[in-house]
Design a protein around this ligand. Structure first.
Ligand code: NAD
Length: 509
């Protein structure tokens, strides 16, 4: 018989129980191991995109709160940095265990806060735990370096944690992304001040609480809620903060770079994308269509690595886009807690408006609206947008150039490999690329020539944690994953020993 699938009603009742604690008073910041309101008592309201009703009132931190948090992180740093890697490893595994124990609660809160469907969010908490385990296991070797010898000299390199760092995260899949940035920082021996996105801050509260309950020392991880222009800005400007790891829009990345310049902070940016999926006619077209549909319509299309441009060899453009259209039409829009839902409401009415403005624009620009193209009805009356496919677009159209960050796919025909590459690379972004062909030489040529930090051949985005994650051009600076994250959160030192009495240049005397 198996385990019966929970119904929407069961899930709504559970979500109500998990959200009750947030309705009760103000969601606090966490500074130096204490749950505290904002210094000036300010708060802001968080709405659920399902019905636009307030689900929480949150402490609105500003410069004073960031200052307190940065001081707490600085005070906690020496002891945390000096803790043997093996012990940090044990603690971070305990954090992972505690995340797993509360995976259902995290998933339900995330769904109601972001509008993301449960079918994806049910795995997001476990993936967050996996991020902690992955970096926990690497903590004991984080300081290791190289031995570099030459005549008369022996060099060894070692790495030391940078110090307190700032982590600023976006609203789309906040839990997973927060763990992705914070786990390696802690494993490296850094302490953290986290500024979650103001549109979906609730699971960040759960996360810091879970970590401290699991035994993380006070002040090692601090969370300050608030808006980008005050709490976010203050964090990027604070002199005690040595680096900023940021995930968000490209324009915000530029602003942060400027804000962080006077204090010479190291920055790591994971920014926007306009990622091409390039389909040649020799590819397995059924698999290519499944993957293209998955990469644009999963996570509401609010996904940095979404395949938002479908580049199709001209001969098969109509037949292939018809295949994609058929699947797109069959996608279920619904309540995020309905187990059958694929697309839930977008994060906020302002974002819905932005996405809708591109649907208007597509018509003005002369693209064909093959599927969707407007708002959709959904339970609760929230920010629903129909899965949309534009066909026959030109590469210079704004719908083919700008990141829409919704369930909107723009299909563009190409004549040959050279044109495919020209179109693929002809945007400001360079995050991910997907290539579909059964011709091995072409797969090599095309992936070699694509301006993208991550390329998948005959596959959707399947993440392998040791491999580098990040983008080129306006999509970012730096790489995460494997040892790449440690390189960002640590300083490399070289120590040179003279191994013989070499001649020292004599000046004077
Ligand atoms: P956003 O840039 O508007 O906000 C991200 C965070 O930055 C929020 O916490 C916000 O409060 C803060 N912020 C805003 N202005 C700031 C400032 N001046 N100083 C300091 N902090 C500031 O991004 P968003 O709308 O929350 O997220 C969507 C964007 O994130 C998309 O562009 C998407 O592609 C990108 N993203 C990228 C990746 C990646 O790995 N490349 C992953 C997920 C999302």
């Amino acid at each position: 018989a198996g385990i019966p699938m929970a119904t929407l009603n069961d899930n709504l009742a559970k979500a109500e129980r998990y959200l009750a604690r947030f309705r009760d008073g103000v969601v606090a910041n966490q500074i130096g191991g204490e749950a505290v309101p904002a210094a000036d008592g300010a708060t802001f309201e968080v709405i659920s995109p399902v019905d636009l009703k307030t689900i929480a009132t949150v402490a609105r931190g500003g410069a004073a709160d960031i200052d307190r948090a940065a001081r707490a992180a600085r005070a906690a740093f020496p002891e945390w940095a000096a803790m043997p890697g093996k012990e940090r490893k044990k603690l971070l595994h305990k954090v992972a265990d505690a995340i797993v124990a509360r995976a259902e609660e995290i998933a339900f809160v995330e769904c109601m806060d972001t509008g993301q469907a449960y079918r994806f969010m049910s795995k997001a908490a476990l993936r967050g735990a996996e991020n902690f385990r992955f970096y926990a296991d690497r903590a004991p070797e984080a300081r290791d370096g190289q031995a570099l010898t030459t005549e008369g000299q022996f060099n060894y390199t070692t790495r030391v944690p940078l110090g307190p760092v700032g982590v600023i995260t976006p609203w789309n899949t906040p839990f997973m992304l927060s763990t992705w940035k914070i786990a390696p920082a802690l494993a490296a021996g850094c302490t953290v001040v986290h500024k979650p996105a103001e549109l979906s801050p609730l699971t960040a509260r759960l996360l810091v609480e879970i970590a401290e309950e699991a035994g993380l020392p006070k002040g090692v991880w601090n969370t300050v809620n608030g808006f980008g222009e005050d709490a976010g800005r203050a964090l990027t400007e604070h002199p005690a903060i040595r680096a900023i790891a940021f995930v968000g829009e490209s324009a915000t990345g530029s602003a942060i770079m400027a804000q962080a310049a006077p204090t010479l902070k190291r920055v790591h940016f994971e920014l926007g994308g306009k990622n091409p999926v390039i389909v040649f006619k020799d590819a397995d077209l059924d698999r290519a269509a499944e993957a293209a549909v998955f990469m644009i319509y999963s996570l509401n299309g609010e996904r940095c690595t979404s395949s938002s441009r479908l580049l199709v060899e001209a001969d098969i453009h109509d037949a292939f886009t018809a295949k994609v259209a058929e699947k797109a039409r069959a996608i279920k829009i619904g309540h995020p807690l309905d187990p059958d839902t694929v697309i839930g409401p977008l994060i906020h009415p302002d974002h819905q408006k932005k996405v809708m403005s591109y649907l208007e624009l597509a018509r003005e620009e002369g693209a064909t609206v093959a599927v969707g193209g407007g708002a959709a009805e959904g339970p609760g009356g929230g920010c629903y947008v129909a899965p949309t496919l534009f066909t026959g677009a030109r590469p210079d159209m704004r719908i083919a150039q700008e990141e829409i960050f919704g369930p909107v796919l723009t299909a563009i025909p190409f004549a040959d490999e050279a044109e495919a590459l020209e179109i693929a690379n002809g945007v400001a972004y360079g995050l991910a690329g997907y290539v579909w062909t059964n011709d091995v030489s072409r797969a090599f040529r095309v992936s070699n020539a694509l301006d993208a930090g991550m390329i998948w051949v005959n596959s959707e985005n399947v993440r392998h944690l040791p491999s580098p994650f990040g983008g080129m051009k306006a999509s970012g600076i730096g790489r995460d994953g494997g040892d790449y994250s440690f390189d960002f959160y640590m300083e490399t030192k070289n120590i040179a020993f003279a191994t013989a009495e070499h001649r020292i240049p004599k000046l004077g005397g």
